[in-house]
Write a protein that binds this ligand. Structure first.
Ligand code: ADE
Length: 226
């Protein structure tokens, strides 16, 4: 899968993908991340990509031309399966969206800044608008990093048995159960005895119960989801 990111701050997006699972996904050829500096398509030699908004008001808007020219040029190599604008007024991203996106071939994430991007780019090019939560970040880059990480780890072949996504929180509309490691007794707190029985069926039943209980207590809203 190829994920391309259009941004005025590509520097913000290098480190998050250079470690751990994202690093391995790229090394093994499952994930190709391409960062594009939007200023490459600036309207003048000063690197301008934004301008004041019509109607007045504080905050700059990323202009149509740089974005349209960038997308058109990138699509000469082939169409994107999705062109996603990362924005606080988009649909709130969840595990189901991550699963769906992980099956695409090539997607583009557009990071906004300031007051956002000209509405006409959203009308003409954008196929999905995604928010990572009900709070406002300084720009779309950190949100894009979250989306790439959540999607990238789900690409078939990226995770092995040890890191399998099947037992992740949210994967089956349940939070993950509690986990324990050595020692069996820590400050008088014992590991639940069932985990020491060596009986995988009993352990599975316990984990399922714990996941359900935790979800009922903490996130009853996700139990109702399809
Ligand atoms: N850009 C700024 N805030 C954002 C958010 N919460 N989600 C996605 N993009 C954003």
């Amino acid at each position: 899968m190829t994920i391309e990111i259009l941004t005025v701050l590509p520097e913000l997006l290098t480190s998050p993908f250079e470690h751990s699972i994202m690093k391995r996904a790229q090394e093994r050829g499952h994930l190709n991340i391409k960062l594009h500096q939007l200023r490459k398509w600036a309207i003048n030699k000063h690197g301008q990509v934004d301008d004041y908004q019509y109607g007045g008001g504080a905050g700059m808007v990323i202009m149509c031309e740089p974005l349209a020219n960038a997308i058109d040029e990138l699509q000469q190599e082939g169409k994107f399966d999705e062109i996603i604008f990362v924005t606080p007024d988009g649909k709130t991203f969840d595990q189901k969206d991550a699963n769906t996106l992980s099956l695409k071939n090539r997607i583009l994430l557009i990071c906004g800044h300031y007051k956002g991007i000209d509405q006409r780019i959203r009308d003409i090019y954008v196929t999905q608008e995604i928010s990572i939560g009900d709070y406002v970040l300084s720009g779309g880059e950190l949100a894009a990093a979250v989306i790439v990480d959540a999607v990238g780890r789900l690409i078939p072949g990226v995770l092995n048995d040890e890191t399998s996504a099947l037992t992740d929180s949210f994967q089956d509309n349940l939070l993950a159960p509690p986990v324990y490691s050595r020692p069996a007794n820590f400050r008088d707190l014992e590991v639940p005895p069932v985990l020491l029985t060596g009986d995988p069926k009993k352990v599975d039943v316990w984990r399922q119960e714990q996941a359900l209980q935790r979800t009922k207590q903490r996130r009853p809203d996700i139990l109702k989801k399809d």
